[in-house]
Design a protein around this ligand. Structure first.
Ligand code: GDP
Ligand code: MN
Length: 394
């Protein structure tokens, strides 16, 4: 779960990470009152879960009440790379002498949190990583030992931060690590971490991703969840208790069992296709669960074809077939389906499908064959509005 900047800063404040004081606002008058409270000059900041707000015009300095009103008016409702601004954060303006970058991420391959620090803050860190990788100092923290003071000092020296702020920068890294562990985050990023003319360091921006699976241990953080900001398909799947991950492609995937679904994604990619999602219907899926899953898959407008890959163990092929028939009767899908049904009650399942004679459903005997077929059908169905020709049916 990604947090908005101001939510991240509130968590920072709770852990003692220095942040400018600020107020939340959702309307022009609220923004103006917030400006009065924090004082001038202040910064009017668009709250959307995407970086580069500054460049997009979503961050403006204001010298008085009128200026806050003008900027709030312009920023509320603004579109920043596809996201509409509904919320503002009004913050006391900071004077900036230096902009650094700091982050804690979970490095899965190293099985440990990774701290990063750079003096090239305030810009796109991916760009820095590409053009000048040595400009980013990196250090893993042994999760059993935790953050030690030397970690902070070493990173600060390696990154080349100004000598007089080595201590406060190192201390801030320790606090960020505390946030990372304490809040069960998978990302804590501060860009820029600034040094003021008074040589104070503070977090001017905050980007946090919390581990959703740990939210049950953090009641206050769970309240930060805003369903309207979540991806509509992922939200729908969650409500139906399905294990679903949205991907970028155009081939909808449904299988039973995480391992089978993952290998299905690989086989589709191998056949030259691009999966639109991961969806594990689980073991023992009943007809209703299948119908529900089909609805989730088809609610993604990018999907041009769907691959059902079922290997029946506890899951019964006839149940899957019934679910698919029920789904077709209820929602009349407009895109082709390829079904590979194997294992428990597979013959019965295939018989039911043949009997139902659903339009645009193709059965394949093998996983490879099914992947190849679905990739062809997706390519043939263009933008998804046209139906595959019936001539291709077996
Ligand atoms: P982002 O563009 O979405 O990453 O938003 P940031 O919060 O990082 O702000 C972008 C840039 O705006 C920063 O790198 C700063 O250069 C500038 N900025 C933000 N807040 C202040 C402030 O209080 N004072 C000054 N002088 N600049 C600010
Ligand atoms: Mn930033």
């Amino acid at each position: 779960m990604d947090l908005l900047e101001y939510q991240g800063k509130q968590l920072f404040a709770r852990h003692g990470v220095p942040v400018p004081r600020g107020r939340h606002a959702t309307s022009v008058p609220e923004a103006q009152d917030a400006g009065e409270e924090v004082g001038y000059p202040c910064v009017v900041k668009a709250q959307v879960q995407i970086g580069g707000r500054g460049k997009a015009g979503g961050i403006k300095l204001a010298a008085d009440r009128d200026a806050v009103g003008e900027h709030a008016q312009a920023i509320l409702g603004m579109d920043i790379r596809g996201l509409t601004v509904h919320e503002l954060w009004i913050e006391a303006a900071s004077e900036i002498e230096a902009e650094y970058y700091a982050s804690v991420v979970f490095d899965r391959s190293a099985k440990a949190p990774l701290l990063m620090l750079s003096t090239k803050g305030g810009m796109d860190i991916e760009e820095v990583a590409e053009e000048d990788p040595d400009a980013i100092a990196r250090l893993h923290v042994d999760p059993l030992i935790g953050f030690q003071e030397f970690h902070g000092r070493r990173l600060a020296f390696e990154a080349g931060v100004d000598a007089d702020v080595v201590r406060p920068v190192a201390a801030m890294l320790g606090k960020l690590y505390e946030v990372f562990v304490g809040e069960e985050a998978t990302l804590v990023e501060v860009n820029p971490l600034i040094v003021t003319p008074e040589r104070e360091v503070r977090a001017l921006d905050a980007k946090l991703t919390l581990d959703e699976n740990a939210l049950y241990r953090h009641a206050e953080n769970a309240e930060l969840r805003d369903p309207s900001r979540e991806d509509p398909q992922e939200r729908m799947a969650k409500e139906r208790g399905l294990i679903y991950v949205k991907l970028d492609g155009d081939i909808g995937i449904l299988g039973n069992g995480a391992g089978l679904v993952m290998s299905t994604l690989d086989v589709v990619a191998e056949a030259g296709g691009s999966p639109a999602n991961f969806l594990d219907a689980g073991g023992g899926s009943k007809a209703q669960a299948i119908t529900s899953a089909v609805e989730v898959i088809l609610s993604n407008p990018k999907v041009k074809a769907v691959l059902f890959n079922i290997f029946g163990g506890i899951t019964r092929g006839d149940e899957v077939a019934r679910g698919l028939i029920q789904a077709f009767n209820q929602i009349h899908p407009q895109v082709p389906f390829v079904v590979r049904l194997d294992g428990t009650n597979d013959e019965e399942g295939r018989r039911l499908l043949a009997q139902a004679d659903l339009p645009n459903v193709y059965t394949e005997a093998t996983m490879d064959g099914a992947a190849k077929r679905v990739v062809e059908l997706a390519a043939a169905s263009g933008n998804g509005s046209t139906r595959a020709s019936d001539g291709a049916r077996p």
